[in-house]
Design a protein around this ligand. Structure first.
Ligand SMILES: *Cc1c(COP(=O)(O)O)cnc(C)c1O
Length: 345
């Protein structure tokens, strides 16, 4: 007899990138350069008020994000990482039997969320070049579909969909189906053909854009993500959110980080330069690494993935294996990347 739902036994757990003391961690798509300037001071000052609840409306941060993005603050919701906002989106869109369509392989949180909310997940296999198959995703939309996710760039393959393809796809999605553009890695995109979801599609009422302070902005440990959608969608998300889930420290840290945008850009430029260097080197051994627009790249190693990750770990470098499919490697500092390259070259 079980005290919890029997179907959870079949659910794969979310596997965090492992932190091994003394090892180089290239497993969780973090930026390696520490918190942005001003963040530690802002958090330290904020925790003097830690005995009080934070602002539940997240007014100042939502206002600052809205100003940066040129939208009304009503259209913004923040959450405990954008992963929590995905959970809220499943809840506000799907009743039992309703379908959520997304690419696979993609972000491993989607199926976990899908399995424990009312939604039925419909996974559409990636193309042979490891990107979203938008034509097949359009075909997978039925009259039960309430939510479609496009992860751009896609975690863990790094591939990105271009504007022309996404335009055509969005034109096929019925207006009563919400499309969530997961842009967790937007800041690392350098290909001008890859659209900024907010700039290009922000005026479509059925499009919602999700971003995070965890990656380029260096706040993974403080859990702040945000979405921009139509006012009714953002309001629905704010209604179902776990109260106070954007913490006091998270709000203060995010405000400070946003002040340090030039330094964020400088760090992202370092990562992007390293991405080019490392992927060029890796392709000499593994020519089928797909083009990446994120701060990681994908080695489609299939059944050799776990073995490859174990060999890296032996050499003191932690990468993320998805056994049977591939290995995701985060771009770190030049020294960290050299350590990885010395394992494989
Ligand atoms: C990292 C990531 C997120 C969000 O992470 P949070 O830390 O929860 O903000 C969302 N989507 C994808 C694809 C990611 O890789």
């Amino acid at each position: 007899m079980s005290l919890t739902r029997p179907d959870l036994d079949a659910l794969p757990p979310y596997v965090p990138g492992r932190s091994v003391p003394g090892a180089i961690k290239l497993a969780s798509n973090e930026v390696p350069y520490g918190p942005l300037p001003g963040v530690v001071e802002a958090v330290t000052a904020a925790v003097a008020g830690a005995h009080r609840y934070p602002d539940m409306g997240v007014t100042e941060l939502r206002g600052r994000l809205a100003e940066r993005l040129g939208v009304d603050p009503e259209r913004v919701a923040t959450g405990c990482g954008s992963v929590a906002l995905f959970e809220h989106l499943f809840r506000v869109t799907c009743l039992p039997g309703d379908e959520a369509v997304y690419a696979w392989r993609s972000f491993e949180a989607y199926p976990i969320i899908g399995a424990t909310t009312a939604a039925t997940s419909v996974r559409v296999p990636n193309t042979v070049t490891h990107g979203h198959d938008l034509d097949a995703m359009a075909v997978a939309i039925t009259d039960r579909t309430r939510l479609v996710i496009v992860c751009n760039p896609n975690n863990p393959t790094g591939t990105a969909v271009r504007k022309a393809e996404l335009d055509a796809f969005l034109d096929k999605v019925p207006g009563n189906v919400l499309v969530a553009l997961d842009e967790a890695y937007r800041e690392f995109v350098t290909d001008p053909a890859v659209p900024d979801g907010l700039v290009e599609y922000g005026d479509r009422p059925n499009v919602v854009v999700l971003r995070t302070l965890s990656k380029a902005w260096g706040l993974a440990g403080l859990r702040v993500g945000y979405l921009i959608g139509a006012p009714e969608v953002a309001a629905a998300v704010r209604k179902v959110i776990t109260p106070f889930s954007t913490s006091l420290a998270g709000q203060a840290a995010a405000l400070a980080a946003l002040e340090a945008e030039p330094e964020m850009r400088r760090r992202v430029d370092l990562v992007v330069a390293e991405r080019t260097r490392v992927v060029d080197a890796v392709r000499k051994v593994y020519p089928d690494v797909p083009e990446t627009q994120a701060n990681f790249f994908w080695l489609p190693l299939g059944d050799r993935s776990a073995e490859f990750a174990a060999a890296c770990e032996q050499a003191g470098v932690i990468v993320r294996a998805f056994q049977g499919d591939g290995v995701r490697v985060t771009i770190g500092t030049p020294e960290e990347n050299d350590a990885f390259l010395s394992v494989i070259l």
